[in-house]
Design a protein around this ligand. Structure first.
Ligand SMILES: [Zn+2]
Length: 167
């Protein structure tokens, strides 16, 4: 696991937006631990670009773009299936304890990101990737794994029944 710069784990997001900050780089998939469950292989990386800007009424906002190709686990054959992602999210920063306004709820082009204190950029990239992935990844066409002999195995309870009979 590579050492990430400190600003990726603790970014002053409001200041970043005010100052029109921008960050870009490459993240190893192995540095995003919550993706491990859905990946067939932790090899590879994603590129991200984060920029800060202010809305029309001085709302602090972020734009996050993430691109890359992930090897997901096909839910049918359990082989690797390549999934390309191209995320482009706009997020409005709100204090973590405030309820979103009606306007924010109605604006589909914008997500609300509750932030109090420092923002974990790595965690945000991870969240956005998880949201963008298919819930049931699978090849367009593939065969089920070969289950030679599986059908002829005795039912797990059969052994129990046999034990009972012996009593
Ligand atoms: Zn498959």
């Amino acid at each position: 696991m590579s050492q990430q710069p400190v600003h990726l784990s603790a970014l002053d997001a409001y200041r970043f937006a005010r100052e029109s900050g921008s960050l870009a780089g490459c993240l190893e998939l192995s540095d995003l631990p919550r993706l491990a469950d859905v990946l067939a292989s932790p090899a590879g990386n994603v590129s991200y670009q984060l920029s800060g800007y202010m809305g029309e009424r001085e709302q602090a906002r972020l734009r996050l773009r993430v691109t890359g190709t992930l090897q997901l686990l096909c839910q049918r054959c359990l082989g690797a299936v390549a999934e390309s992602i191209a995320i482009d999210s706009r997020l409005e920063l709100v204090p973590a304890d405030s309820a979103p306004t009606q306007e924010e709820l109605e604006d589909d082009s914008l997500d609300v990101l509750p932030v109090t204190g420092a923002l974990d950029v790595l965690g945000l990239v991870e969240d956005e990737i998880l949201l963008a992935l298919p819930t049931v990844p699978r090849h367009v066409t593939c065969d089920l794994p070969v289950t030679d002999g599986a059908d002829t195995l005795p039912h797990p309870f059969a052994a129990l029944v046999a034990l009972k009979r012996r009593e």
